[in-house]
Design a binder for this molecule. Structure first.
Ligand code: NI
Length: 176
């Protein structure tokens, strides 16, 4: 399995609205495996295709795996062509993102959602989610619509973070 390169802000690809997946083949399975491998390695609880430069409505997630617990098993879920068909309530939880390294901030989201998606066999599923799972789904689905969690922050806070991130990105490109 391959470790994929994760794009970070301000990479323009992260603003892309991803295309629906129409071809379900071995290459898609390999991509899902590589994305899951990368997600656990980073570590993260979710990873969207656009974060690794793939123009596909697809993300992987595993919010229940606990790396501190040797009994805990990895159970990655591949979520293809996702749609939130119901959303209720409000929650505000601190989020981070592999594409926005080292910044965390509280983001307002729906508290309970119903997600419709396809799996690798093209089968359609509906999943009720709340808590961390609901947050993760909304965060990853945002990625597929070209939106990062910092885009949901109040303008002043967002600008401070964006300025710091751009400064760091330009310092890194000079150093490299
Ligand atoms: Ni993210």
């Amino acid at each position: 399995m391959a470790l994929l390169k994760i794009l970070t802000y301000p990479d323009p690809f992260l603003k892309k609205v991803a295309q629906p997946v129409t071809v379900f083949n071995e290459a898609l399975e390999t991509l899902v495996q590589d994305m899951a491998f990368t997600m656990y390695a980073e570590p993260g609880i979710g990873l969207a295709a656009t974060q690794v430069g793939e123009d596909k409505r697809l993300f992987v997630m595993d919010v229940f795996y606990n790396r501190e617990d040797p009994e805990s098993k990895k159970q990655p879920v591949a979520v293809i062509n996702p749609e939130i068909i119901q959303a209720e309530g409000e929650s505000c939880v601190e989020e981070g993102c592999l594409s926005v390294p080292e910044f965390r901030a509280e983001v307002k989201r729906s508290a309970e959602i119903v997600l419709r998606f396809q799996d690798l066999q093209q089968e359609v599923h509906e999943m009720k989610a709340e808590g961390l799972l609901a947050i993760c789904i909304q965060h990853e689905l945002d990625h597929l619509n070209g939106r990062l969690f910092i885009d949901l922050l109040p303008p002043l806070k967002r600008r401070i973070i964006q300025t710091k991130l751009k400064k760091r990105a330009s310092e890194q490109s000079k150093a490299g």
